[in-house]
Design a protein around this ligand. Structure first.
Ligand SMILES: Cc1ncc(COP(=O)(O)O)c(C=O)c1O
Length: 374
């Protein structure tokens, strides 16, 4: 049976990986500065992670959400302690889109309203309400287009005010650092105004941390660079280091009710074991500190390269903007220099999303290669 052909693929076949390296079927080593779309947080095949998954699957890999699963509570407590988000409650699911879908649904349940405000170039996933809130017409099917969504430019405080005061907006959803769109960020005035406007208009403030969360921005959550209190915080990518897991942190002003949300696979034993191994490793290896020091190191070198017109993003969620499209550059990096990097909707942007335990020597290797290609 042929595969449904929706992905343009590089001609590389990884068969194993360790730390920041991936190995193909010929034994060639690649430096992974993309982490499979920002997913690899603690590094490939980290021993803590491998051990936790092996040990859990040999005991109990899965049971449904109809029984007690203490691993879910352990995971929730660990997220609370590492993020400093006190008092939030956790609902577990399986992916970023699902996290946002549940977040939007909850906002609508809570407020009794249904319109969503989202932002230009934002990406929130491919399911029903999440894709409708995504600023890309090519991936919105007619069945999704019936959702009421208003897309505003980033930093349009007046626009947000006007829309929220109409009284029918259940949620404002925003990425504090845009991922797929190309690493743009709103201003602190903008984020802090959204926070206030949401609170004044019975609208839920959703901080989509699917990509920017879990230390990638240099704080546990990217919204923590600002003085805001989101109502709902969707998380996913770095959470499982490759194991499919997502979740939403829910402020206690939203009350739970039996049956309100639910999932078969979400929060299963194996996913929780993966999630706990990731958080324990982030803590034990001080990975958030590593993000900050390596980010500084990376940016300092990037500033010395004249062809780089703009450095975007924060922490290890970075973008290098050139005055040409980077498709060929990425191909040269992968095929000739054996380095994985990422692209964005902004075709002139090279995205850098390495595992959070990347070292200086890997960054040096990248810049040497980049200079040769340029
Ligand atoms: C900010 C953001 N939200 C949501 C998603 C969707 O996540 P998933 O692909 O796991 O459904 C993504 C994926 O790139 C993302 O970057």
């Amino acid at each position: 049976m042929p595969l449904f052909d929706v992905y343009p693929l590089y001609n590389v076949t990884p068969v194993s990986a360790k730390g920041v390296h991936v190995y193909d079927d010929n034994g060639t080593e690649y430096l992974d500065l993309y982490g499979g779309h920002a997913v690899i947080s603690i590094g490939h095949a980290h021993p803590n992670y491998v051990e936790a998954l092996k040990s859990q699957v040999s005991k109990l890999g899965f049971y449904s959400n109809a029984i007690q699963n203490p691993l879910q509570k352990q995971l929730a407590d660990k997220i609370e302690s590492l993020s400093g988000c006190k008092d939030y409650e956790l609902f577990l699911c399986n992916s970023g889109a699902e996290a946002n879908e549940n977040a939007l649904k909850l906002a609508s349940f809570k407020t009794g309203k249904s319109r969503v405000v989202a932002f230009s170039n934002g990406f929130h996933g491919r399911t029903s309400a999440a894709v409708a809130a995504t600023d890309n017409k090519n991936i919105i099917a007619p069945i999704n287009a019936q959702q009421a969504v208003t897309i505003l430019p980033l930093n349009d405080i007046e626009g947000v005010k006007t829309e929220l005061e109409k009284g029918d907006v259940c949620a404002v959803i925003v990425e504090f650092i845009q991922g797929v769109g190309g690493l743009d960020q709103g201003s602190s005035e903008f984020f802090e105004a959204i926070d206030k406007l949401c609170k004044a208009n019975n609208t839920m403030f959703i901080a989509d941390e699917v990509q920017s969360g879990y230390g990638r921005s240099g704080k546990f959550f990217a919204f923590q660079h600002y003085n805001v209190t989101p109502d709902i915080i969707p998380i996913a990518k770095g959470m499982g280091n490759g194991f499919p897991i997502g979740g939403i942190l829910i402020h206690p002003n939203i009350e739970s009710k039996y049956g309100m949300l639910g999932t078969t696979f979400g929060g299963n034993h194996l996913a929780c074991a993966a999630g706990l191994a990731v958080l324990n490793t982030i803590e034990e290896e001080n990975l958030v500190e590593n993000v900050n020091s390596l980010s500084e190191y990376f940016i300092a070198i990037a500033k010395t390269i004249s062809q780089i017109k703009k450095i975007k993003g924060r922490g290890l969620m970075l973008g290098l903007e050139f005055d040409f499209e980077v498709g060929e550059l990425r191909k040269e990096l992968i095929y000739n220099h054996k380095i994985f990097t990422g692209g964005a909707s902004n075709k002139k942007l090279l995205r850098i999303l390495p595992p959070l335990n990347v070292k200086k020597e890997h960054i040096d290797q990248f810049f040497e290669a980049l200079k040769k290609v340029l």
